[in-house]
Write a protein that binds this ligand. Sequence first.
Ligand SMILES: CCCCCCCCCC(=O)SCCNC(=O)CCNC(=O)[C@H](O)C(C)(C)COP(=O)(O)OP(=O)(O)OC[C@H]1O[C@@H](n2cnc3c(N)ncnc32)[C@H](O)[C@@H]1OP(=O)(O)O
Length: 353
Amino acid sequence: MSKPAVTKLSKLSNIEHILELVPVSSSKFLTKNLPAAPLGSKGTFGGTLVAQSLLASLYTIPKTYVPTSMHCYFINGGDPKNNILYHVEKLRDGKNFIHRQIRAYQHDKLIFQSMILFSQQNSDKDHDSLHHLDHIESLPSTPPPDKYKPAASLYTEKIMAEGLLQRYARLSDRFKDINYLKRQVEVFEKGAIEYNFPNDLFYSQRRTSVLDYYVKIRHKVIQSKEFSSGQTTSNHNNISSLKIITPDTDPRYNYVAFAYLSDSYLLLTLPYFHQLPLYSHKFSVSLDHSIYFHQLPLVNNWIYLRIKNSRSHWDKHLVQGEYFDSNSGNIIATVSQEGLVVYDPEEEIKAKF
Ligand SMILES: CCCCCCCCCC(=O)SCCNC(=O)CCNC(=O)[C@H](O)C(C)(C)COP(=O)(O)OP(=O)(O)OC[C@H]1O[C@@H](n2cnc3c(N)ncnc32)[C@H](O)[C@@H]1OP(=O)(O)O
């Protein structure tokens, strides 16, 4: 199994290290490293499961196919102290579409399942009828500094400042822990995902139905749009001939990295739509996650994201994001997620804060 040298990166931002899978058979893939929980959370980060299930399935399909959509369910919380084994089931291999189902296990416990549809990239059709991509005119290709700030400096200014921190500490004990706060700033500064948030993200008293921000991946991912034509990535019966899929070698890694970022600061932004401070939940897990890919998401470019909270009802909340390439203004993906998020009554949160 050949593997190119890995560029030296901070461990926090090394997405290849975070997501690496070791093929154990033509349909089973084991995590190389432990599946970490997000800071402040007990279970494995959902984005890791979504991205690794996509990565595992890529080993079983020809390189000319790209993901069109994926629909995922988080069935049991992942244990960050145990490796995960992904089983890829081939449901169908067609001329235009390929279907895969992926199940993630820790020991014998099913923790996650996804279904992924791939479509042929190099279509030989000569006309693209009814061609349309949602588009934002004159979208700035970098976050305008008067509206958006790097996450670490915004967190330091809006949460860690004298006077404000005491208010957050009334919501959760974690804000009394200086190590937690320092680690959060470090994750924002050096983590795999870089954010520029609007100035009022952490506590907005503005009534609005849309939240927007900019996001990208720090780890360099090859951007070439050329998908080598031809053979399957894997020789299904010979795992020693598998070429490891990395950010340096395979542009399809942009899809994998996008899947990872698409589960972060999505459900967590719910309080923004309800004029409450972020992190004011009592319990928060994502239940499902769906992505429609509209084109190759170039994850090292700033991606402009618009989130809506279409419904919140009896602790079940639906959030939906539209992601745009900030260079072209064209839509690259649509994401939906339902979460189980439990809050105290709004008046109680506001009274404490
Ligand atoms: C401050 C920074 C915070 C950062 C948060 C970042 C969030 C990032 C988003 C994610 O990545 S979440 C990770 C992906 N999603 C998951 O792992 C969810 C996996 N699915 C499940 O855990 C179960 O399907 C689910 C809990 C949703 C099922 O609920 P049930 O009510 O049917 O199950 P059950 O009653 O057996 O409870 C299972 C556990 O959930 C807990 N739970 C359920 N509802 C709860 C509730 N309302 N309040 C508190 N705890 C609750 C319950 O206490 C119990 O904990 P233990 O296992 O420790 O005993």
